[in-house]
Design a protein around this ligand. Structure first.
Ligand SMILES: *Cc1c(COP(=O)(O)O)cnc(C)c1O
Length: 234
């Protein structure tokens, strides 16, 4: 078995153990393998043992891998910053985007989604702690964004995503995830019909599953330490 297959197996076991510990239904947490900075052969090694969902952050690098793996049954998820001049390529090549943090990007993606493809699955990125430097909607802007994005024909709004600052203990890790879950619950109480909480990475997947994650985004625990990001992309 390859190293990647072994590490993937260990991650699956962590997910299953967390599902049992927090009384989540078996199989209710999906695994997104984050393959950014890793070569197409690493994706092939994971595909060979049944992993189909892959996450990428750097567009040009992702497009090269999508081309190299054309014909393989990969579901491609974009999880990086969505730059306005890159939306057409994202709309034409991915199945999901987790990192929408501006309405303008959502409108562009909807308009640019090719007619022959099903609507693009979308999660809104939400900013839940002050230290975090990444993007995201402020929690109090999310309801209005959900209302508008729900009307865009090229998109299918699935849920919320967050990327909190790393924390060491379980309770601190759980806090932002709990806030994201409560936000999703309140949107659904208003009829939003969202089914996805994209939260949890290699270091905090247990905390995220405790708080209701439906998709964890795991990179280093599967592929090992990351290579440097490609130059000029961020
Ligand atoms: C890189 C990345 C991950 C994976 O992080 P690991 O700590 O390697 O598991 C998850 N989500 C996003 C948005 C990322 O950019």
């Amino acid at each position: 078995m390859s190293d990647i297959a072994q590490r993937l197996q260990r991650v699956r076991e962590r997910i299953q153990a967390a599902e049992r510990r927090w009384e989540r239904p078996a199989g209710s947490v999906q695994l997104l393998a984050v393959s950014k900075t890793r070569p197409a052969d690493d994706i092939r090694a994971a595909l060979a043992v049944g992993q189909k969902r892959f996450g990428e952050s750097y567009l040009q690098e992702a497009l090269d891998k999508i081309e190299a793996l054309r014909g393989e049954p990969v579901e491609w998820h974009f999880i990086g910053r969505v730059q306005s001049n890159k939306t057409r390529a994202i709309a034409g090549n991915f199945h999901w985007v987790h990192s929408i943090d501006k309405l303008k990007q959502a409108r562009r993606l909807s308009r640019q989604r090719p007619g022959g493809m099903p609507p693009l699955n979308i999660c809104l990125q939400v900013k839940l702690d002050a230290e975090e430097t990444k993007g995201g909607f402020e929690p109090d802007q999310v309801a209005a964004a959900v209302a508008e994005i729900g009307t865009l024909p090229g998109l299918r709004l699935r849920g919320l995503m967050t990327l909190p600052a790393p924390a060491d203990d379980l309770e601190s890790q759980r806090r932002p995830f709990r806030r994201l879950r409560r936000l999703l619950e309140s949107l659904n109480a208003g009829g939003a019909g969202l089914d996805t909480l994209s939260m949890g990475m290699s270091g905090d997947l247990e905390a995220a599953i405790a708080e209701g994650a439906t998709m964890v985004r795991i990179g280093t625990a599967i592929f090992g330490p990351r290579n440097r990001p490609p130059a000029g992309q961020g």
